[in-house]
Design a protein around this ligand. Structure first.
Ligand code: AMP
Length: 402
């Protein structure tokens, strides 16, 4: 079965093709084809990178007029040219889409029909950048592949079981009745890490209390008990919670009121400040990329040091909050760009929890290995570094639904 996965970002589009035989493999297989389009570098143009299992790579830049045009170009490399991996689009059996916002309606993945598309469009109110992009992916795939099943896998669905105390904001009910509540995001990644952690530890998921730390450009935590997310740090939008690369995370809402009263401020500017000019970038005034922060710290830059300290302070305090929701901890998981690569972030975050009997093995932590346990043998909590595989999780959801 050939499953195509489409994963849309605000100004990027990733896609990959899995070719599965009779059963789902235990470990994520290599995709036979992977593509990535990014239109942040050069106004009006998109850079396209394609890699096939046979090691062929294509890198080119095309004029980009619209997302559907770019997606079409990207997908045509599946069957056109010397690096083609299939002969004809009709060989694709299923298309899985990462859809950022499923609101309170979609608690699990679903086969897309007209009603689902209308709901995704309506939920663009809550995710104005991502849901329209996801919808464009869906309609473009419909045009190319015709009447094959397409499946929406929601980033919010994994958090659909949060209890009311965890998802309700303390604002007047007439606003919560408008759908303003905690939804949580990165659910596809948190779900993958839950399953992979149980697999690595060879332990039933239902018996584990986990905190999964997705630390990438965007950062969020999930508290998982009985296999379900019972608390998470992102909220109504992906702006809440941890300090991130360029997002502020949780700040006093009074700051927004204060800033909005300033004469040169407007809503779009405030949106940009909080989502794109804050976090590590805002404090350091250097970069939102943790690698640049470390480099600046090594050069003695005090603002970079402060950015790191604030990042870790926020991470520890939110881990503490997830811990309280869980009432204990068996497994702490680090994943995504920072979580998988930064031994310093992992070690410093863990320092706050030694009182629990949580002990990191510093040698293992420094070994740059993935899908491993880096806890000391006598630690009361296992500490895992897991390479998140969101595209594979989407493909698994498609397989399980077909
Ligand atoms: P993601 O959103 O999961 O792709 O993560 C991207 C982020 O991971 C980058 O912005 C960096 O901050 C971080 N990252 C990637 N590689 C490293 C590394 N070797 N050390 C520290 N941070 C890294």
């Amino acid at each position: 079965m050939k499953i195509l996965v489409l994963n849309a970002g605000s100004s990027s589009q990733k896609s990959c093709l899995y070719d599965l035989k009779d059963a789902l493999p235990d470990l994520p297989p290599e995709p036979v084809w992977e593509a990535m389009v990014d239109w942040t570098h050069h106004q009006g143009f998109a850079s396209v990178k394609v890699k096939t299992l046979h090691g062929k790579t294509l890198q080119t830049e095309i004029e980009a007029t619209s997302r559907p045009q770019v997606i079409t170009y990207m997908l045509e490399t599946l069957w056109n040219g010397e690096d083609a991996v299939i002969k004809h689009p009709s060989e694709i059996d299923l298309v899985g889409h990462r859809v950022v916002h499923g609101g309170a309606i979609y608690r699990q993945s679903i086969i897309i029909n007209a009603e689902v598309k209308a709901a995704i469009a309506q939920l663009a109110d809550f995710a104005p950048v991502h849901n329209p992009a996801n919808l464009e992916g869906i309609t473009t795939a419909e045009k190319i592949f015709g009447d094959i099943p397409q499946i929406a896998v929601f980033d919010t669905a994994f958090h659909a079981h949060l209890p009311p105390a965890a998802y309700t904001y303390a604002i007047p009910t007439k606003y919560t009745n408008q759908g303003i509540r905690r939804y949580g995001f990165h659910g596809i990644s948190h779900q993958y890490c839950r399953d992979r952690a149980a697999q690595i530890l060879n332990h039933p998921i239902a018996d584990l209390r986990l905190i999964t730390c997705h630390l990438g450009n965007g950062c969020s935590l999930a508290a998982i008990r009985n296999g379900q997310s019972i608390d998470t740090t992102m909220g109504f939008t992906p702006l809440e919670g941890l300090v991130m690369g360029s997002r502020s995370g949780s700040i006093d809402a009074g700051i927004l009121i204060h800033l909005l009263r300033q004469p040169d401020m407007d809503i779009n500017k405030l949106d940009h400040i909080l989502n794109s000019e804050s976090g590590l970038l805002g404090i350091s005034e250097i970069s939102g990329d943790m690698r640049s922060i470390f480099q600046a710290i090594a050069e003695g830059n005090p603002q970079a040091q402060l950015a790191f300290d604030v990042y870790v302070h926020s991470l520890r305090s939110h881990i503490g909050s997830m811990l309280a929701s869980l009432g204990g901890l068996d497994v702490l998981v680090f994943t995504a760009g920072v979580g998988e690569n930064s031994a310093a972030v992992r070690a410093t975050a863990c320092e706050g929890f030694e009182f629990l009997g949580l002990k990191i093995d510093l040698e293992k932590n420094n070994q740059r290995m993935l899908d491993v346990d880096i806890a000391a043998a006598d630690s009361s909590v296992r500490i895992l570094v897991i390479h998140t595989q969101e595209d594979w999780e989407i493909a698994r959801e498609c397989w399980n639904l077909q």
